[in-house]
Design a protein. Structure first.
Length: 461
């Protein structure tokens, strides 16, 4: 207040000084100037009185406003005290009402708790059950019922409790039935159409043409599996869809209420051809080597079997035949019956040595393939691990899919190497046994021929 008064006095002084300067400029004489000064003092006195009156009025008004604020504060304090009292009374009243509600509910409180728990579990089952594809939107009723039982304002009605029991009973009943109904099915290409669907309990769903389906809980729709089961399973599903009675074989997926999970995992398992492709170029090379080894072993086994048959026929004949190794060895003696024993022995040994390369042809190559096949598999393993470490360097170790290709290629080449080496070793053993058998017959007959020739020479002597 004092600051405002001081400012007003300064303003009045400045105004008076300005007016005096103007008067001094307009006055023509000293008397005229004196009259102007007196007149200015009278005017300033009136203005000052008016300002003082305005200041007093403002002070009185502010005092009135202060009194009104104090009165309002007092009224609000009284109202606050009254509201606090009402709040305490309401708290006691609410507690009393809750106590009365608890007493009236009695054992129903435990019942409602069990109903809430059952409704929650049933809602989770409905969300993933194949039965929901036939009876959609069953979860909405359960959500409303759970919200009602979770609050304290309303209680579930008898009709709602009976419907909960009905839905639970229907889920159990439908899980053991095989039914046909119309539903919208999405193909792998994204096309949707209403088709006739066969539901086998809560395990599998197939179309009338035998296509296996998967239930999508998020959208409540049915999708055809991108890859259908191999073998007769699709035919089984088609037969079951068209059957009216009796028993039909069918591939049931026992992976819980969702269905299709285990079956989908089996379907997505790579086939033998896909496994072979995972081996890459090294796997292809191992496969080519393995095919060549098998063809070579089979060819040599067939050849040696024929040679063994002709040798057995020669053993039963008294005349040497040129179509088998034994006959060609015996012809050495027939062509030179008079030579001495030492020369005959050398000639027979030379004839046997000429036959051995033809008999053992390809056996060493089979042995080499059996040895290098695991090494080629090891090469593929090392290459696959290099690819895996490169993927880890680029993508890190947090994404298993980035490493799966290299690890799969590494394991596949190892398996391919062993699959080639093991049968090659077995075929080499069998083929080598046939060759050794023929060579043993040649050695045995050559020794017997030398012994007969020696006895003949001694008899002549």
């Amino acid at each position: 207040m004092k600051t405002q008064l001081f400012k007003s006095i300064i303003f009045a002084a400045l105004t008076m000084a300005a007016a005096t300067t103007v008067v001094a400029q307009d006055a023509k004489s000293l008397d005229q100037l004196l009259g102007f000064v007196k007149q200015g003092q009278v005017d300033e006195a009136k203005e000052n009185k008016q300002r003082e009156a305005a200041f007093r009025n403002a002070k009185a008004k502010q005092g009135q406003l202060l009194n009104e604020a104090k009165a309002m504060r007092t009224a609000q304090e009284k109202r606050s005290a009254q509201l606090e009292g009402d709040f305490e009374k309401n708290e006691l009243r609410v507690a009393d009402k809750q106590r009365q509600l608890k007493e009236r509910l009695g054992t129903l409180t435990e019942l409602f708790g069990h109903l809430t728990s059952t409704a929650g579990d049933l809602r989770g089952n409905f969300g993933s059950s194949l039965v929901s594809a036939q009876f959609p939107n069953r979860e909405a009723f359960l959500d409303e019922m759970i919200a009602k039982m979770s609050g304290a304002e309303k209680l579930p009605s008898i009709e709602e409790i009976e419907r909960l029991w009905f839905e639970l009973q229907r889920e159990m009943t439908e899980s053991g039935r095989i039914v046909t109904f119309d539903a919208e099915v999405s193909t792998p290409s994204g096309d949707k159409s209403v088709r006739k669907v066969l539901r086998v309990g809560s395990f599998n769903m197939v179309t009338e043409d035998g296509k296996y389906l998967q239930y999508v809980a998020e959208t409540g729709g049915l999708n055809e599996l991108a890859r259908q089961p191999s073998g007769p399973k699709v035919g089984w599903a088609a037969d079951l869809a068209s059957a009216t009675d009796g028993f039909s074989p069918f591939g049931v997926d026992p992976t819980g209420p969702t269905g299709g999970t285990f079956l989908s995992a089996l379907i997505n398992t790579p086939t033998l051809g896909e496994r072979f492709d995972q081996g890459g170029q090294i796997g292809m090379a191992i496969g080519i080597v393995g095919v060549f080894a098998i063809l070579l072993a089979v060819w040599r086994l067939i050849v040696l079997t024929g040679v063994n048959a002709r040798v057995n026929a020669q053993l039963k004949s008294d005349k040497a035949n040129n179509n088998n190794p034994l006959g060609r060895v015996l012809m050495v003696h027939e062509q030179n019956p008079t030579m001495d024993t030492e020369t005959l022995e050398l000639k027979l040994s030379e004839a046997i040595l000429r036959e051995i390369p033809n008999i053992e042809f390809g056996l060493n190559l089979l042995k080499i393939i059996a040895a290098i096949a695991p090494l080629m598999g090891l090469l593929g393993t090392v290459t696959g691990m290099i690819i895996t470490f490169q993927a880890i360097t680029i993508f890190g170790a947090g994404d298993p899919k980035a490493m799966a290709g290299g690890i799969s290629g590494a394991l596949v080449t190892t398996v391919l190497g062993l699959l080639v080496a093991i049968p090659t070793v077995l075929l080499h053993t069998v083929t080598n046994g046939q060759a050794k058998k023929i060579i043993h017959v040649l050695d045995e007959q050559s020794t017997g021929l030398i012994a007969e020739h020696t006895e003949a020479q001694l008899g002549k002597a």
